[in-house]
Design a protein around this ligand. Structure first.
Ligand SMILES: [Zn+2]
Ligand SMILES: [Zn+2]
Length: 276
């Protein structure tokens, strides 16, 4: 729990790992997705392949206040497609006489907080089969700019650009009611940007995609050792590795990151819950 102790009656910020796979799913797993809750507020951070199914194990999808997307790679947003179909076609979301389907007078339309350019990208994806406006109709879509600070109920989200193959934002999540803070590094190659946004965070969720640095071309991801180094430079209090395939040795990744961080590091598992 870091330096602050829980006071009587104080609720913690809680994050549940829905998916921790890289760009292809673990056996039975899902790509990036994290369910954040603070008091009455629920935010889904990223919605990669397989995440919608996992989300349904933990909460009712109509109760999610907002979905925040770190970047427009498939493994971070593709399950917005089934999520949009649910919000559009689930019986309780249909505009039918309220006396027959109580609750349908107000179909859910969660906020969708996504990087600039998302509207066009989403149109292209679902437009491939003629459903251009599926996602923007299902959600209340808002695009954010670099360094944006967005409030959703009790949660404040700060978007900070990190270097990756496409425009990508780490997301710093803090409670507006207390001092709990979680930083999600999204996908990133090594760089100061990740250290900056994660400075003194209570919990850093950091990718450790690679068993070794990319052999050729532009770098886009981190090794466990690099993830641990960035966490140490940031002074993170607690570290969880994620975006790591079940085809890699989790124990070895943990050992390398722990050595570089100089303290215990965990490897994300689906269903794991962290509180700060
Ligand atoms: Zn990516
Ligand atoms: Zn990814």
């Amino acid at each position: 729990m870091g330096s602050h102790e829980m006071r009587a009656g104080e609720e913690l910020v809680r994050i549940t790992v829905l998916g921790k796979s890289p760009s292809w799913q673990d056996a039975g797993g899902a790509c990036s997705g994290y369910l954040l809750s603070d008091g009455e507020t629920t935010v889904l951070i990223d919605c990669g392949n397989g995440v919608f199914s996992k989300l349904r194990l933990f909460c009712d999808y109509v109760d999610v206040d907002a979905v925040a997307i770190s970047h427009l790679h498939a493994d971070h947003f593709l399950d917005l497609v089934p999520y949009s179909y649910a919000l559009t076609y689930a019986p309780r979301q249909q505009p039918v006489p309220v006396d027959r389907w109580p609750g349908t007078e107000n179909p859910a339309r969660p906020r969708l907080i996504a990087p600039r350019g998302s509207t066009e990208t989403f149109r292209q994806v679902v437009g491939a089969w003629g459903n251009d406006d599926l996602i923007e109709n299902a959600f209340a879509l808002e695009e954010y700019e670099p360094n944006a600070v967005v409030e959703v109920g009790d949660i404040r989200l700060r978007f900070h650009e990190v270097p990756h193959f496409t425009e990508t934002f780490a997301i710093d999540m803090s409670s507006r009611r207390g001092d709990g803070r979680i930083t999600y590094g999204a996908d990133s190659r090594p760089g100061d940007e990740l250290v900056e946004i994660a400075r003194d965070t209570d919990l850093l969720i950091v990718e450790a995609t690679l068993p070794r640095p990319e052999r050729t071309g532009v770098r886009g991801h981190l090794t466990p050792t690099e993830a641990g180094e960035h966490a140490r430079l940031a002074g993170a209090k607690r570290v969880v590795l994620t975006h790591i395939s079940d085809e890699l040795d989790a124990d070895r990744a943990r050992e390398r990151a722990t050595e570089a961080f100089g303290g215990p590091v965990e490897v994300a598992a689906e269903g794991a819950v962290y509180e700060v």
